[in-house]
Design a protein around this ligand. Structure first.
Ligand SMILES: [Zn+2]
Length: 444
């Protein structure tokens, strides 16, 4: 159900498409029918827009000591991996993936995936995230969980099965069926993508098939690029080119693409990734935890790339909080450059909201202004860790945490209202996810 609400006397923070990040105290924001009708300093104007749209049938949300800002978008993750949280730690990426993760994933069922996704979505909603990217298996189960949760989702589909020649191929019919499912079932909240895991997982002919499929279907691609130094050296040995260059040569980057990690890049790769329709998903916690390195976000931004933030999966983070990623991304950029003015709070706010939403295919999300979708969160600033508030933009990045989020709205629908999840049964989800996790981790 889409709610009609007047947020009154609230601290508003929002990036603007062609301007700075706006911070407005004592603001009024009116939403109805999934749309932001008004955001600004005037109560009368806000009420008038609501009356024109829904008469007197709207709620007033008292905004004193609260911050209203856009719902965040998690630009990269493997949501069902919540089932492997705290089960595969303190190992380098290659060992982690091949020795700890793949043996568990061998036993996955759609039921596991649905339960792990629902858990991840409950966690993300509680931490102010309304949109996620997902790269995993049994994508129909992920879509089902997203529709139940009410979140927006940019979701990968594998679509690779063995053909009559005994080799794996990407199946046109399967891909088309999944794209149709996303477009019709999700009420505009689900964007389909093609799964291209990385440059190191398939044979060369598969990359050509995948690039052709993305072009034919004009669909998104999600891919890991330059996550580790080993990936780069193996790619150089196999192809004589670095990963992003080789992917471009195979025909990728002609359709919208989410490029995850991008830790190990050279200038040529950065200029490729600055191309139109490409979103770089910076995952600082996961890159540190797997010992992969630190992405040079300053250089990517200077090259003109659009950069969002991702948590990656809970098996390598080990949570799904973008508040943590915002702060860490800023601190890493400052610490590695020796320049504290790099990646200021406003930049992180923009990366976590507007840039990521648009890069994931949700052009009307990520900004609190008339005409945008009603995707927003309310943060309770009336707590010791946010007191005194000072500059609200700095407070969001440097002293907030996910638990301070009290409400989250996506497309005008409350997913959490004053700390209570409205679309998901949290106790049931925890119980079912635990059952799936115990089963999966015992088999590994
Ligand atoms: Zn990943």
């Amino acid at each position: 159900m889409k709610s009609a609400v007047l947020f009154a006397h609230i601290q508003l923070v929002t990036p603007l498409p062609d301007g700075p990040v706006l911070s407005l105290a004592n603001a009024f924001v009116a939403v109805a029918e999934g749309e932001i009708l008004y955001a600004g300093p005037y109560e009368d104007a806000a009420r008038q827009r609501l009356v024109e749209r829904v008469g007197s049938q709207y709620e007033t949300y008292a905004g004193q000591r609260k911050i209203l800002w856009p719902a965040m978008a998690n630009a990269h993750g493997h949501i069902p991996m919540t089932l492997m949280r705290n089960q595969a730690d303190d190992a380098n990426l290659h060992t982690w993936l091949f020795d700890l993760i793949f043996p568990r994933e061998k036993h996955l069922t759609p039921e596991h995936v649905k339960n792990g996704t629902a858990l991840g979505m409950a966690e993300m909603i509680r931490a102010g995230t309304g949109t996620a990217a997902d790269m995993y298996y049994y994508s129909e189960a992920v879509v089902e969980a997203a529709i139940e949760a009410g979140m927006r989702l940019n979701v990968c589909f594998d679509g690779k099965t063995e053909g009559p020649d005994g080799k794996t191929h990407v199946q046109t019919g399967e891909v088309e069926r999944f794209i149709q499912l996303c477009r019709f079932a999700g009420d505009g909240r689900i964007v389909p993508a093609l799964l291209v895991h990385s440059i190191y997982l398939y044979e060369p002919y598969m990359y050509r098939e995948l690039a052709q499929m993305a072009a034919d279907q004009q669909c998104f691609v999600q891919v890991h690029i330059g996550e580790t130094a080993r990936e780069v050296s193996e790619c150089l040995a196999a192809y004589g080119q670095r990963p992003a260059v080789q992917l471009a040569e195979f025909g990728f980057f002609q359709t919208p693409t989410v490029a995850a990690h991008c830790v190990h890049l050279d200038d040529q790769e950065r200029s490729i990734l600055a191309g139109p329709g490409i979103l770089v998903a910076h995952c600082p916690t996961s890159n540190l935890k797997l010992g992969s390195g630190i992405a040079n976000i300053k250089a990517l931004l200077e090259a003109g790339a659009k950069v969002g933030l991702g948590t990656d999966g809970a098996a390598s983070n080990n949570n799904l909080s973008l508040y943590q990623e915002m702060k860490l991304a800023s601190l890493l950029a400052k610490g590695t450059s020796g320049d504290a003015s790099i990646l200021p709070a406003d930049e992180l706010i923009r990366m976590a909201t507007l840039t990521a939403q648009q890069g994931l295919g949700f052009a009307s999300s990520g900004c609190i202004a008339a005409g945008y979708a009603a995707d927003l969160q309310i943060l309770d600033a009336d707590r010791p860790s946010l007191w005194p508030l000072g500059e609200p933009n700095a407070a969001l990045v440097y002293s907030s945490e996910g638990s301070a989020v009290e409400s989250l709205m996506v497309d005008g629908q409350w997913l959490m209202y004053k700390h209570e999840l409205k679309t998901l049964d949290e106790e049931k989800i925890k119980h079912e996810a635990l059952r799936s996790a115990v089963h999966l981790n015992r088999l590994a």
